[in-house]
Design a binder for this molecule. Structure first.
Ligand SMILES: [Zn+2]
Length: 458
């Protein structure tokens, strides 16, 4: 096949580039990896936000059916994908074909692919959107394909730097961030591959780590990724496997444990730590006002888009939301209940939150009170986990679950601290620690007190 010829032509170049990147994962991606032409340091990143029609361009694009090599490769400079109908169209020949459930794999001679004018490296695999439905029930209501970027882990990290952080910040802070991001990615690669039907390891959004492809890579990011090559965080005691290295934008003064947020424990996390370093950062403190009317709309939207949490709402509300009138909302800082994690965040061992930890003002639960428009005597009280409610309301405005809440008239006012879930590394705190001269090790051990830094064995 012609494509094989091209590939062999570029192999020496890639070989030189990768020399020394000996990377043995503490897991066995095994057969699936071979089927998809992946190697053990390839991460599968689910891309999103491309809409119904996708145009993929590149230098000598080669398309193959991921699990049907006998069908051979088809080459073109451009492919257009109609996600709603799961068709792939070649403008030069005017031919189209159905995208099989096993997906199509697209790569280019140069190693760079343009996807709706955004650039990605290595390979793109496109699946019909139905493939996502076992993991994300909301997929039925949208028309996007499932597009997965298969990319070398280190190249992926080069982009995550400027997606999550900024390569121009103090080097020790950026290096600490990269080590956390590599650790998080490896944890997810290990967890997600336990389910052989799952075709991606991480999402390209804040659900996992923000990844925007090649356009966000700069030379400083690449240099600092190389400088931390192979370094990961593992629990100080016990089995040396990467922890789920959570991090967030700004803690507001103190970090908290995963138990407090999700009601589930993760290895390598001890107690929350004080953080005097993010004081004065953009989201250190914030206010947010929301009318009851807007809140009602967000609740209904959440029930439809997030069935995992929506199914906890009473049937009488789900059947006819217009019947119910929001009368009030109260916040409680009680012990958290176990909550379904968002897509991509698998919990290996869930256990109840410990009651002996000092509460730090994080809200655990919201209670909404509705009255029946036809029968004002008939009230309906619905409790909801505060973390899930934050995702429904607006995580960019309701920046954390550390807040006080007051209602005035038909509006609710939130006054809060920090941005993000508050677990693990505080990114603004890490930035300021870097500027104050702390090393990457000091930064990491401050925010992850239960870990040690290890190098992945070749
Ligand atoms: Zn902080």
């Amino acid at each position: 096949m012609r494509w094989v010829g091209f590939k062999q032509g570029v192999l020496p170049f890639f070989g030189a580039l990768m020399a020394g990147t000996v990377f043995a994962l503490p897991l066995e991606p095994g057969k699936l990896a071979r089927e998809l032409k992946m190697n053990s340091r390839t991460i599968r990143v689910k891309l999103s936000g491309f809409g119904r029609v996708i145009t993929i361009k590149g230098d000598h694009l080669a398309l193959s059916l991921a699990k049907r090599p006998d069908l051979g490769n088809v080459q073109s400079e451009e492919w257009i994908i109609d996600c709603k109908r799961s068709l792939i169209f070649d403008p030069s020949t005017q031919k189209s074909r159905q995208i099989p459930r096993s997906g199509i794999l697209i790569e280019s001679l140069s190693g760079v692919l343009s996807l709706n004018q955004r650039n990605f490296r290595d390979q793109l695999v496109v699946y019909p959107k139905e493939l996502l439905s076992p993991y994300d029930e909301s997929v039925r209501s949208n028309s996007e394909c499932l597009v997965v970027n298969h990319i070398d882990l280190e190249m992926y990290l080069e982009s995550v730097v400027n997606g999550e952080f900024n390569s121009q910040w103090a080097e020790s802070a950026v290096e600490a961030q990269i080590i956390a991001a590599r650790t998080y990615a490896l944890f997810q690669m290990g967890e997600m591959r336990k389910d052989r039907g799952r075709v991606f390891d991480v999402e390209s959004t804040q659900k996992d780590q923000v990844y925007l492809g090649l356009d966000r890579v700069d030379s400083k990011a690449a240099e600092l990724v190389a400088k931390t090559k192979g370094l990961v965080l593992v629990p100080r005691f016990g089995k040396s496997s990467p922890i789920k290295a959570f991090y967030h934008a700004s803690c507001g003064g103190r970090t908290i444990t995963p138990e407090k947020v999700w009601g589930a424990s993760f290895k390598g996390f001890g107690k929350g730590v004080r953080c005097p370093y993010c004081y004065g950062s953009p989201s250190y403190s914030w206010d947010y006002r929301l009318s009851f009317h807007e809140l009602e709309k967000k609740i209904w939207n959440g029930i439809q888009k997030d069935p995992a949490n929506g199914k906890n709402w009473p049937k009488s509300y789900r059947d006819d939301p217009n019947r119910w009138y929001l009368r009030g909302i109260v916040a409680r800082g009680e012990a958290p209940k176990s909550v379904r994690m968002p897509l991509g965040a698998l919990i290996p061992e869930a256990r109840a939150g410990r009651a002996d930890e000092r509460d730090q003002g994080h809200i655990k639960e919201l209670q909404f009170e509705f009255v029946d428009r036809d029968d004002p005597e008939n009230a309906l009280k619905v409790k909801m986990d505060a973390y899930a409610a934050r995702n429904w309301i607006d995580p960019s405005r309701l920046k954390s679950t550390w807040y006080e809440l007051v209602t005035r008239g038909r509006a609710v006012f939130f006054r809060g601290k920090g941005s993000g879930h508050g677990v693990g590394m505080c990114q603004w705190g890490a930035k300021n620690m870097g500027e104050k001269g702390f090393t990457r090790e000091q930064i990491l051990l401050h925010y992850y007190p239960g870990v040690k830094i290890a190098r992945i064995s070749p």
